[in-house]
Design a protein around this ligand. Structure first.
Ligand SMILES: [Zn+2]
Length: 463
C-alpha cells in the first residue's frame, strides 16, 4: 500500500533529514498527538530499509507493539518483532522492539543503522542509554512533548530539536477537531497534596477527589455540557474509576470501567459497545492514554489532577481526533481538577527546548480564566465571552470558583512575548545562531529565519 504523506509531514521528514545531513546523529522531532507520527516514522523506516539500512523502531510498552505492528502492516512494511513470545526474525531489515526485551537481547540483535524511538520523552538514562551507546546508530526520537515527567529536558540524549506543525495548525487544516474547554468550579486544591517526582502523590489525590461531592459534579456537568456524547473519563486509580462508572450508571447513563487487568474479552466488548454508542462513558485510570484511538469519541472528562504536561496533553486531546463520519465535530473537554490552570489550553504553543525547564510546572499558573456563566476556559485577556456573551469586569483576580480565587499570572505571556521579540529583532546570522543554541532549535530553524528575514546569504558564507 502506498503511503500518502500530508504536506506538513513531508516538511517534517525533510527537516529531520536535513539535521542528519548536517552530521547530527541524535535528533528529536516534535509532532502533536494526531499528527500521524506512526505514518511518518513508518515512511522513514521503509525508505531507510529500501536504502539497505537496518531500522529498529523502539516502543516503551508492550501494548504499543501490537498497535504499531498493525499500522506497519497496513502500510505494507514487513517487520520482525522483538518482544517476549514473538519469534525472532532478525533477517528482516525493519524490527519493532519493546525496550525491555531489546535491552536483554542486545548481543544477539543485528546492529541497526537507524534507531527510531517512539514517545521519546520516556527516555530515561539507564536502559535507553545502554541501547544507544551499545550501537551508536543514528537516533530519531519522536514525541508530542519533549520533556520528562517533572519538566527535565532531553538535552542529555538529543543534539537537536525539529519542530513540526503545531496543534493550532492541525486544527486550522482540519486534521484535528476544534474543541470547547470547560472548567467548572473545581473542588480540588493542588496546595493540599504533595508533589513527588514531578507528579501529585496519587494516594493523597485519591482521598481528595473520591468524594460523593466531587463525583456528583462529574455526572452533573456531563449532563449539562456533553449530554448524550461519548466520553472517556480519566481517573486517579481503579477504585476511583469504578466509583465514577457506578454513579453514572445509577444516573441512567451507561458507563463502564476498564483497565489493564480487565478480562481481555470483556475489555474488547466494552470498547466495541463504546464505538457503537451502547456505552456512553468509558472510565479508566491508565489504559486509554498513548495510542488509544476512537475517532468517534466526542468528549473527555478530566477527573485526575496531574502535574505532568505530557499526561495532560495526551488526555485532554484524546477526543480531538478528526472523525470522517462527523467532520464538524467539536471536541468537549470537561476539566474538574484545574489541569488547564497548570498547563494552559491543549493548543497552547510551547517554547520547547532541550534544556530543563527551571520553573517547577506545578507552580505555574496559566493565563486562563473561566467564564462564570458557561464555564468555558478562556484566555485571561478576554473581555466578552465568545460563547455566551458574558461581560467580564476587568480585575486582576478573577473569581472562578465558589469562594476560590484563581490568580491570573501574566508573567508567562510576558516572557513568551520577550522571546518572540528577541527573534524579531535578530538581524544577523550569529544572533540567530546564538538564539538557536540557547533554545536548542535546529540549524534548519536558522536557515528558515534567514529566508524569512531576507538576510543576505553572502553573510552566511562569511561567518
Ligand atoms: Zn461564557
Amino acid at each position: 500500500m502506498a503511503i500518502t504523506l500530508r504536506g506538513y509531514q513531508e516538511q517534517l521528514i525533510d527537516d529531520i533529514a536535513y539535521e542528519f545531513n548536517q552530521g547530527r546523529t541524535r535528533v528529536c522531532a516534535v509532532a502533536p498527538c494526531g499528527a500521524g507520527k506512526t505514518v511518518m516514522t513508518g515512511w522513514m523506516a521503509r525508505a531507510a530499509s529500501l536504502n539497505q539500512k537496518r531500522v529498529l523502531f523502539m516502543v516503551h510498552r508492550q501494548e504499543l507493539i501490537d498497535q504499531t505492528s498493525r499500522t506497519f502492516s497496513d502500510l505494507g512494511i514487513r517487520h520482525g518483532i522483538i518482544a517476549a513470545k514473538s519469534p525472532r526474525e532478525y533477517d528482516l531489515p525493519v524490527q519493532l522492539a519493546s525496550v525491555q526485551t531489546l535491552v536483554r537481547r542486545l548481543p544477539e540483535v543485528p546492529r541497526p543503522d537507524f534507531l527510531i524511538c517512539d514517545e521519546c520523552h520516556h527516555i530515561v538514562a539507564g536502559t535507553y542509554r545502554k541501547i544507544i551507546d551499545y550501537w551508536r546508530p543514528q537516533v530519531l526520537g519522536v514525541t508530542a512533548t519533549p520533556e520528562r515527567l517533572g519538566g527535565q529536558g532531553l538535552g542529555d540524549v538529543f543534539e537537536s530539536l525539529v519542530l513540526g506543525a503545531t496543534v493550532k495548525d492541525l486544527i486550522k487544516w482540519g486534521n484535528l477537531s476544534p474543541f470547547d474547554y470547560y472548567a467548572p468550579p473545581s473542588k480540588f486544591n493542588p496546595a493540599e497534596v504533595r508533589v513527588r517526582f514531578g507528579e501529585f502523590v496519587q494516594k493523597e489525590v485519591f482521598d481528595k477527589v473520591n468524594t460523593a461531592d466531587v463525583i456528583g459534579d462529574v455526572v452533573k456537568y456531563y449532563r449539562q455540557l456533553a449530554s448524550g456524547k461519548r466520553a472517556i473519563c480519566y481517573c486517579v486509580n481503579r477504585a476511583h474509576s469504578e466509583h465514577i462508572a457506578a454513579i453514572f450508571n445509577r444516573a441512567g447513563i451507561p458507563a463502564m470501567h476498564v483497565d489493564g487487568e480487565t478480562n481481555p474479552a470483556i475489555r474488547k466488548q466494552a470498547i466495541e459497545d463504546f464505538r457503537n454508542d451502547k456505552i456512553k462513558i468509558l472510565s479508566n485510570a491508565e489504559l486509554f492514554g498513548e495510542g488509544f484511538d476512537v475517532p468517534s469519541m466526542e468528549a473527555v472528562i478530566l477527573a485526575r489532577p496531574t502535574a505532568s504536561l505530557t499526561l495532560y496533553i495526551q488526555q485532554a486531546m484524546r477526543a480531538m481526533r478528526h472523525d470522517d463520519d462527523n467532520p464538524n465535530k467539536r471536541a468537549i473537554i470537561i476539566d474538574h481538577v484545574g489541569n488547564v490552570f497548570r498547563h494552559g489550553m491543549p493548543d497552547e504553543d510551547h517554547e520547547w527546548s532541550l534544556e530543563t525547564v527551571k520553573k517547577r510546572r506545578q507552580e505555574r499558573t496559566a493565563a486562563i480564566k473561566v467564564c462564570p456563566a458557561c464555564f468555558q476556559a478562556l484566555p485571561s485577556a478576554t473581555r466578552v465571552c465568545p460563547y455566551c456573551g458574558h461581560i467580564f469586569i476587568p480585575e486582576k483576580e478573577v473569581k472562578a470558583a465558589e469562594g476560590k480565587l484563581i490568580k491570573i499570572n501574566s508573567v508567562d505571556v510576558e516572557t513568551r512575548k520577550q522571546r518572540r521579540m528577541e527573534v524579531g529583532k535578530a538581524r544577523t546570522v550569529p544572533e540567530l545562531e546564538r538564539i538557536a543554541r540557547e533554545r536548542g532549535y535546529s540549524m534548519r530553524w536558522v536557515t528558515r529565519q534567514i529566508e524569512i528575514k531576507h538576510i543576505n546569504r553572502e553573510m552566511v558564507v562569511n561567518v
